[in-house]
Unconditional design. Sequence first.
Length: 273
Amino acid sequence: MTEVPDFLLKRSKDRRAALSGAAPTAEPSASKEVAKTVTSSAAPALAAEVAPPPPPKPDPAYVVAAKSRKKIPFWAMATLSLLPVWAFLYLLAVSPVVREESGPMATGAEVYGACASCHGANGQGGAGRVLHEGEVLKTFPNIEDMLNFVYTGSQPFVAAGLAVYGDADREGGGHAPLSYNGNAMPAQGEKWGGGLTDYEVLGVVCHERYAIGGADPKSEQWASEYATWCSPESEIFAALQAGAVDYDTLAESFAMLEVPPRAVGTEARPSTK
């Protein structure tokens, strides 16, 4: 049989005495001894159950390095954020400025592509006459005469019985209308079935004289002509482009200029002196 502990027997007696009205028996020393025994036996069990947590694992080397590395100051972050803007502004500063041409010369450069098939891309000639190295300037010392010939073409000169076009006294002799390989110069002006407007005719003539023929717009010989006819500020070009004048009326319309233009005309005519 299992033996009942004394403190349980005592508790049972005290309970029966309390129910019967008698005073409970006092056995303090035994009770204290039993409680002490129970407490002492339970303490190791609790200590065994509550084990201390294991120490944390050490950080890897790269984490330690990151924690110990010096942080970038706030002002440096702001400076770094502006680097792309600085790089963009720097590129703008060092890049060459490309200026687009305007006015007669720009128009002429575009139009001349159709002329190059005969006269060559650089005016070196081919089916048409040579224009470069001053040749076109020898034939047409005056721009008005060249405008007239380009506008009408060579056939109206033949029909009008004109033996030469341009300067009859040019170095090497004057040019007859069909003297180069027997080829005719096709008309460019609208009146004669050509495909160019009046301002495009002026543009291509300016291109042939200054970009190909070698006339220097800053020289004393050509500065006045260039300013009047071929500069981006040319009033004559602007008026032709706007349709305010044509080659039959522009001489009268611009007679007030410091160097008034000669008559151009849209019919074949002898060159002016």
